[in-house]
Ligand binder design. Structure first.
Ligand code: IVH
Length: 668
């Protein structure tokens, strides 16, 4: 009897999974919604009567329990890089030329795909089972959102059988997004329920995967297209096109608009055609992505700090909309820079509702003669803040009001503001300006800085108002008894915040340096400084302007900012207080000992720039094996000059060969 029920459960499960595959991957659904629901209910009821027979991967188990203690962070096995942009046709041509020049060939085969305006996700399957899903995060570490990703029917809980055994480990990258129609429906419901509207489909998708309770995510209709491989073990694929068809074969949705492209003209045509049909595509896209097809060529091309050389995002022209400037207000940032912002009559641009646009600075206002009441075009492209692109002078009303920042004081503390010689921006110089203090504390606690959960805008304001916190180092003096007496705090939340602050103290050099909010020192620069200073703040503080300028990708402006920061006694005081308050910097281990795990190399011939032993050492530090003879177990032959019989053997065994010119990008 039990085996009969087991069989029935399996039959229903297979049927549901098969339908999901037909629906999401093949785009050929064959069951009506009602038929699907009936199968699902039948399975639910059988499982209810036979709880012992419930499989963790059953379609009924997609929605699990809420997570209680916030999202867990995981580091990505290989970083999730971003893409560099081409903003016009010339830059697409330049990309193609760069590639051909580097690879020393006349032409290269590419795959072009739509660039979806969603959020990147990494799906990890072990022996065919979905074990984890992570957000992109800062590219190096992401948040565990498995409980929410499981609720998306398009993501298989178990990979589909494709006649080959599934790899021991595979990480698949893709984009989570919301269809335009699902986004519109969601906002309609939110209007009816008096809830805040999502500004666009991307925010709605991002908000949905960052829920603690998967029941909420399950009600939102999320979609996915997969487009890259991360790390994998036991998989032999050598082209992107091959990879996309492999993904389809194991049941993952792949964008049907992906196309093989062999000439630069076809590349431009693909991009233009996509742009022309942008409105009729059921989800938001903001460009095309062009990728080198062949994986070996990709590894020859290698990567820059944040993006691979083998791909580019060709952006669509940004979209304009006409509106009217209702007012001009000032905003003050954490470094005291005052930014003029136009409050505009609300307009919608590619699904986003826009009510303000940046005016950058006074020079921009003067150059374009921007006045209150003017009609203007507002421009939005991708993630960047909307800006006023043009003033429609023919429509200028009789009554317009000119705007000059010089006639204003700081919008937060009312202090006089000033403009430094040679700088475009006005600044508030009051070190106690509340907006600056608040901004610097919020920045200090933010996700990519010290990552202190529970210090939202309102709490920070409350801590400043109650004089508990005036500068970032004061956070490390807070105690449970300081907090528990405040409004909005209860025993549990006071405890949680103290714990979050304590947990943040074990940190890394890039996080801490970024958190300090040194002007012009972002996350990327902090990582570069980390390498140069070997995670030592003392070392950083002792570098001269010249030392700093000599660091790759640190320019004069950044160097001056750093010098100025460490020359200020009050900054030094804050920094020392943080360290005395318990902040500990973990030394960063730079050699990624997993990068080349289980990859076997053989080195042959002589090399111009490296000794053979050096090459061996570099590879071994990255976890590779370096063998002395070529066999079927060899993955790569590193070939120098006068290579002999090993080269012949490697060729005969079809082993990938890396020459000295390619070696540098290969080991990087
Ligand atoms: S490939 C290293 N393909 O765009 C290459 N990305 O700016 C990794 N995106 O973080 C990404 N559509 O979230 C790739 N067809 C596509 C994409 C795509 C959207 C996103 C992705 C990535 C960002 C890069």
């Amino acid at each position: 009897m039990e085996s009969k029920i087991k069989e029935k459960i399996k039959h229903l499960t297979d049927k549901i999974n098969e339908h999901n595959y037909a629906y999401y991957v093949l785009d050929q659904p064959y069951l009506s919604d009602a038929e699907y629901d009936n199968l699902f209910r039948e399975l639910e009821s059988l499982e209810k009567d036979n709880p012992k027979l419930i499989q963790p991967s059953s379609p009924t188990q997609r929605v699990g329990h809420p997570i209680k203690s916030g999202f867990q962070n995981y580091s990505h096995d290989t970083p999730m890089l971003s893409l560099s942009n081409a903003i016009n046709e010339q830059e697409i041509h330049d990309f193609n030329q760069r590639i051909n020049k580097w690879l020393e060939q006349e032409s290269t085969s590419y795959i072009a795909e739509p660039k979806i305006d969603g959020l990147g996700v990494s799906l990890i399957y072990e022996s065919g089972n979905l074990v984890r899903a992570l957000t992109r995060g800062d590219g190096y570490t992401g948040e565990d959102i498995t409980h929410n990703i499981k609720t998306i029917n398009a993501v298989p809980m178990v990979l589909r059988d494709n006649k080959h055994s599934h790899p021991e480990f595979i990480e698949i990258r893709g984009e989570i997004f919301m269809l335009k129609s699902d986004f519109a429906k969601l906002n309609q419901v939110r209007v009816q329920e008096g809830e805040k509207l999502f500004a666009n489909a991307r925010n709605a998708a991002a908000g949905s995967v960052r829920q603690l309770d998967p029941h909420v995510t399950a009600k939102r209709k999320l979609s996915i297209f997969c487009y890259e491989l991360g790390a994998s073990k036991g998989l032999d694929i050598n082209s992107h096109w091959g990879m996309l068809s492999y993904l389809r074969s194991i049941g993952l949705p792949v964008n049907p608009l992906a196309k093989k492209i062999d000439t630069i003209n076809n590349m431009i045509t693909y991009h233009q055609t996509l742009e022309n049909k942008r409105e009729s595509i059921p989800y938001e896209i903001d460009g095309s992505v062009i990728k080198v097809d062949n994986y070996f060529l990709r590894s020859n091309l290698g990567e820059r700090a944040r993006s691979p050389r083998w791909a580019i995002a060709a952006k669509f022209k940004s979209k304009d909309a006409e509106t009217q400037i209702l007012d001009i207000v000032l905003q003050v940032g954490r470094t005291g820079v005052i930014t003029p912002v136009a409050k505009i009559r609300e307009v919608e641009i590619s699904g986003a509702i826009i009510s303000s646009a940046t005016l950058h600075n006074q020079d921009e206002i003067d150059k374009k003669d921007i006045r209150i009441n003017d009609y203007a075009t507002v421009q939005r492209s991708g993630d960047v803040i909307p800006k006023i692109s043009n003033i429609i002078l023919e429509k200028r009303p009789k009554k317009t009001v000119k705007f000059d920042i010089a006639n204003h004081t700081c919008p937060s503390c009312n202090s006089i503001i000033s403009r430094l010689e040679g700088e475009a921006a006005y600044r508030c110089d009051n070190p106690d300006c509340k907006a600056k203090v608040q901004g610097s504390i919020e920045h200090f606690c933010s996700k990519n800085a010290m990552n202190i959960d529970g210090l939202g805008i309102q709490i920070v304001e409350q801590l400043i108002d109650s004089t508990l916190v005036a500068t970032i180092d004061d956070l490390f003096t807070l105690s449970y008894s300081d907090l528990v007496v405040l409004d909005r705090f209860q025993e549990k939340s006071a405890n949680n915040l103290i714990n979050a602050i304590n947990n943040s103290k074990d940190t890394t050099f890039p996080r801490f340096i970024f958190a300090l909010g040194i002007p012009n020192v972002g996350q990327h620069t902090s990582k570069i400084l980390d390498i140069h200073c070997e995670s030592s703040i003392d070392k950083l503080s002792m570098l001269s302007l010249e030392d700093l300028e000599n660091i790759d990708s640190v320019g004069l402006v950044v160097a001056q900012s750093i010098i100025e920061f460490f020359n200020s006694p009050s900054n030094m005081n804050i920094l020392n207080n943080c360290l005395a308050g318990g902040v500990k910097i973990k030394k960063t281990l730079f050699e990624n000992s997993h990068q080349l795990k289980d990859v076997t190399f053989v080195i042959t011939g002589s090399f111009k720039t490296h000794k053979r032993n050096e090459i061996k050492e570099i590879l071994e530090k990255k976890g590779a094996k370096v063998a002395s003879t070529v066999s079927s177990k060899t993955n790569f032959l590193i070939m120098g000059e006068n290579a002999g019989s090993k080269l012949e053997k490697a060729k005969a065994l079809n082993i990938k060969i890396v020459n000295e010119d390619q070696l540098e990008s290969f080991i990087n």
